[in-house]
Design a binder for this molecule. Structure first.
Ligand code: NAI
Ligand code: MG
Length: 352
């Protein structure tokens, strides 16, 4: 029997509440299709650990993950630890060390979900955001000078490399070729005069290798408006690290709740483990109450199965998600209901 080695990093807040449901779902489809998981849980890689020991994970943390087939993460971040400390202490080192340069975020409006956007109806809205995940605006290059003086300043350099942009564009084009054949590039080459024109040039250059894909580009401000006004028009949207981050949260909100949205941090070459995590954060405002929506973590686990070569099992999970939303009225509070995490999970397991 295939046994996948999975690292579980629950993290902080509701991260610890949504991973167990994802694990339950994985075990059910594993039994059905005859594969198993050996889990290694890194329960204390969290802000609590940071406050106790000064680091989110141990010094050899990345090495502990290296031989795993995939990583399933809840969320990190908690009041009392600055967000850049928790993010740069765990999530970003994993993404970078394991060359997870594609952040893939599918957006779907499920039947039974009321989108806050009138035009976002089930069946019409089904697209993916491909976010560049290791360079761009999220760079360590820069610094602060003259702290505390009137002339205090901060400089942050965005880094766009030909290799880094090309590989994520190739991923996005190939995905568009397999899907609806349409790629939208997020840019801002009118205002950002060096990196974004470079990005646009590479989009055009790589496009010649994918004649079956029609491409267009939109400035990020206009694109954000179009996400709200006409979300059904998109198929594959490719964006830099910052733009992709913002667009995918917006898209998750359009799909009904950030609690449903999944993400995959992919190393397409499979030289290193890829990491799967819900888009949402640790939600300190609802943590500890047992009411977090587990569907984002569960859908992320389905993306993990897809990556591990179990497409059918992955589809069973998204079908069960569609069924629980489309055929029952069991909803967690973020979706306007009163159900707990456990109640929603139990119903999904029953339908699965
Ligand atoms: P958040 O996603 O944690 O919460 C935003 C809002 O959505 C909150 O009102 C929350 O209750 C709600 N929400 C989020 N997920 C939900 C779920 N599954 N079910 C029901 N409601 C849900 O974002 P926020 O508040 O900006 O950040 C909180 C902490 O999480 C911060 O420390 C931040 O740095 C961290 N964070 C971590 C991420 C990660 O680990 N990938 C991603 C985003 C934020
Ligand atoms: Mg985000």
């Amino acid at each position: 029997m295939t046994n996948h080695r999975i690292a579980l990093i629950p993290g902080d807040g509701i991260g610890t509440e949504v991973l167990p449901p994802a694990q339950q779902v994985l075990d059910v489809v594993g039994r059905r299709y005859g594969f198993g998981f050996s889990y290694t849980s890194y329960d204390d890689w969290s802000c609590e650990r940071y406050l106790r020991e000064g680091a989110m994970m141990p010094a050899d943390g990345l090495d502990q993950l290296r031989d795993k087939d995939a990583i399933l993460l809840g969320a990190v971040g908690y009041p009392g630890v600055p967000d850049h400390v928790s993010l740069w202490g765990l999530l970003i080192p994993i993404r970078r060390a394991f060359r997870q340069y594609v952040n893939l975020r599918p957006i779907r409006v499920f039947e039974g979900i009321d989108s806050p956007v009138r035009g976002a109806v089930h069946g019409d809205v089904d697209f993916v955001v491909v976010r560049e995940n290791v360079e761009g605006e999220y760079s360590e290059i820069g610094g602060r000078l003259n702290r505390g003086f009137p002339e205090e300043m901060a400089v942050q350099e965005a880094v766009f490399t030909r290799a880094g942009v090309t590989r994520v564009l190739d991923y996005a084009y190939a995905l568009a070729a397999r899907r609806g054949g349409k790629l939208t590039s997020a840019t801002k080459s009118n205002g950002i005069v060096h990196t974004m024109p470079f990005w646009d040039e590479l989009v055009a250059e790589r496009g010649t290798a994918y004649p079956q894909v029609t491409r267009d580009q939109e400035h990020i401000d206009a694109l954000a408006a179009k996400f709200v006004l006409d979300p059904a028009r998109f198929d594959v949207v490719v964006a830099s690290n910052l733009f992709g981050d913002i667009l995918s949260d917006l898209a998750a909100a359009i799909a009904g709740s950030i609690g449903i949205a999944p993400a995959a941090n992919l190393n397409p070459e499979r030289d290193f483990p890829s990491m799967f995590e819900p888009v949402h954060g640790s939600a300190p405002d609802i943590a500890g109450r047992g009411i977090a929506n587990p569907l984002g973590a569960i859908w992320s686990a389905a993306m993990m199965l897809d990556h591990l070569g179990h497409a059918e099992a992955a589809t069973d999970i998204t079908d069960a998600t569609a069924a629980v939303l489309g055929r029952t009225d069991i909803r967690t509070p973020d979706l306007g209901g009163t159900a707990t995490t456990a109640e929603l999970t139990d119903k999904l397991l029953e339908l699965l």
